[in-house]
Write a protein that binds this ligand. Sequence first.
Ligand SMILES: [Fe+2]
Ligand SMILES: [Fe+2]
Length: 188
Amino acid sequence: MYNMEQLEERLRNMIRSERWEHSKRVQDEAVKLAARLGADVHRAAVAGILHDCARDMGYEELLNKACEFGIILDSVTLNSPSIIHAVIGPEIAGREFGIKDTDILNAIRYHTTGRENMSLLEKIVFIADAVEPARSYPGVDKIRALLAVDIDKAVLQSLDNTLSYLVNECRPVHLDTVKARNCLLLNR
Ligand SMILES: [Fe+2]
Ligand SMILES: [Fe+2]
């Protein structure tokens, strides 16, 4: 068990206050989902609060961290700062917060893109980030409605929204997002 009080105090000093508030909402959502779906509530609380621990680093800082940690970023990730924070996140969680639990680290790692064969905890953090109460983008209510019934359908819908958005914006799609979607579609 990780000491939540210590962990949260440390995180609070690392990220902006709006990010902190968002992280708390994602944590609450993740804990509720974990309790409902029979996942580990403590892991959901840790992954939920830490998922954006690298989100307030600037692009340069993220690149420097990748270099320092020996991480090679693929070309799509390099062009998407919003994906880089998810790649650096588990390193920060491990090095600064002492998180060793692989499922928690993967939930942080794949909270933006998703990936093939996501664990239940990975899906929980991914979808909690997408539907936390302050989220208000077109289509969020449909995802919330699906989540009330079936987390896989909700994750799939969220991936569909991301894909449509990226295609419309003429932006590259990360392979992990495509693989996550194919995997959920084919396993239905
Ligand atoms: Fe994030
Ligand atoms: Fe987030």
